[in-house]
Design a protein around this ligand. Structure first.
Ligand code: ZN
Ligand code: ZN
Length: 279
């Protein structure tokens, strides 16, 4: 089975990929199931119904998903493409400790609509990594440890998610280069123990290929640690924001997981996992 469990469309403010095009492309690619996971980033973005207060960055509106329209549209396409492809309703929550109450309220409002939630750490203290605003003025040790401390604090108090997204994404934006894994291993092990005890999982994010990283996302050492700690729940996602990345390297991802000794990939329905053998 070919699943892509991390897909962005024009409902995310950083994508202009129409959902209908995405579905047709996925069918062309022979993908069995896609889960839409458009962005919610409280702290730096407002909800669609607060449009008067929208922030503009380089002329672009910064807004979260228009939830009612989003879920309605996916329902419509589920009916339209029935028998051709399975479509799931997900969101990617960019959670920070101070925004947890907002995500809690959002989840409570749309719980009956959601199949799947990715929990990602996209910002700390409302500072972005990709712009270097978060790293600025900190040593490498400070910003790496601060990132994982934030993740640990979030997973201990927020439980309405299924997998941790691109767990070591901070490495992608680390201008200094690889921070020794042994130094962050204790933090990562504690996070993974909480995640496993909470019956959550992690994702293999195949965007590492297009970013030209020399390791997987998360890195092989994290994947092995997760396996050794008894982690079972894994989804595979391309993190596509456009046609060229949809479904990319998913088959390679399956082979990679198999080589690490993982036997199952997960799909989700109403926040519950189903396990499919990685064939
Ligand atoms: Zn993300
Ligand atoms: Zn994403």
């Amino acid at each position: 089975m070919l699943f892509d469990y991390h897909v962005h469309t024009a409902f995310s403010d950083d994508s202009s990929y129409p959902m209908s095009d995405c579905i047709l492309d996925a069918i062309d690619l022979g993908i069995d199931e896609i889960c839409f996971t458009d962005h919610v980033d409280y702290g730096i973005k407002l909800d669609w119904d607060q449009s008067k207060k929208f922030k503009r960055v380089n002329g672009q509106l910064m807004a979260n998903v228009d939830y009612p329209l989003y879920f309605q549209t996916i329902s419509h396409y589920q009916r339209l493409f029935k028998g051709q492809i399975t479509l799931k309703k997900g969101l990617e929550f960019g959670v920070q400790t101070h925004t947890i109450p907002l995500y809690q309220a959002l989840f409570d409002e749309y719980e009956n609509q959601l199949d799947f939630v990715i929990l990602s750490i996209h910002q700390v203290d409302d500072l972005e990594f990709w712009t270097q605003d978060y790293q600025k003025g900190k040593s490498q040790k400070e910003y790496i440890e601060g990132y994982y401390r934030q993740m640990y604090d979030v997973v201990r108090s927020f439980h309405d998610y299924n997998v941790l997204g691109h767990m070591d994404m901070i490495n992608r934006y680390d201008l200094i280069g690889n921070y020794p894994f042994e130094l962050v291993k204790p933090y990562i092990a504690e996070i993974l123990k909480v995640v496993i005890a909470d019956e959550k999982g992690i994702e293999l994010n195949t965007s590492s290929h297009r970013y030209g990283l020399n390791d997987s996302t998360p890195c092989k050492a994290i994947m092995e640690l997760y396996r050794d700690l008894g982690g079972k729940i894994i989804t595979i996602g391309s993190d596509a924001h456009s046609k060229q990345h949809l479904g990319a390297y998913i088959n390679e991802g399956k082979a990679y997981l198999k080589s690490l000794g993982f036997e199952w990939q997960c799909a989700f329905y109403q926040m519950n996992p189903s396990y499919y053998p990685i064939g």
